[in-house]
Design a binder for this molecule. Sequence first.
Ligand SMILES: [Zn+2]
Length: 135
Amino acid sequence: MSKNIGSKDCRNCGLVDTVVIIGAQMAWEQYYAWEGEAAKHFRGMQIAQAECQYCQTRYMAWVWPSANMVWERPTFKPEWSMDDPPEKRFYDLSYRSTFNDEPGPSDIRRKQPPNPVKLLNIMAEIKTLLESAGI
Ligand SMILES: [Zn+2]
């Protein structure tokens, strides 16, 4: 289990570029009342509620790392720019209720069948791998 999903795209429906920020930016501790080591790591991190526009899966967007996270990885730069629209200014996601990469019951609001475009892309990748292996 990881705290972050490692993507800006929706894990539930598999669509690309459908997750957007829907709430105000806030400090991590304004939303999560956790104590202990995790809290030390994330305190001061800027987050915002986000949601998939297609399947309404609930996420927490990672907007800016905490000071502790920056100290641990001084070269880290969040991958968004001020040229991006405000709702796309985030660099990673967690499921909102769990703040990790496993959704809680309230995060998945609409189960989706596998996305046909994603399935076609996966099939094309498999075909390319098989061809490159001479199979
Ligand atoms: Zn989705």
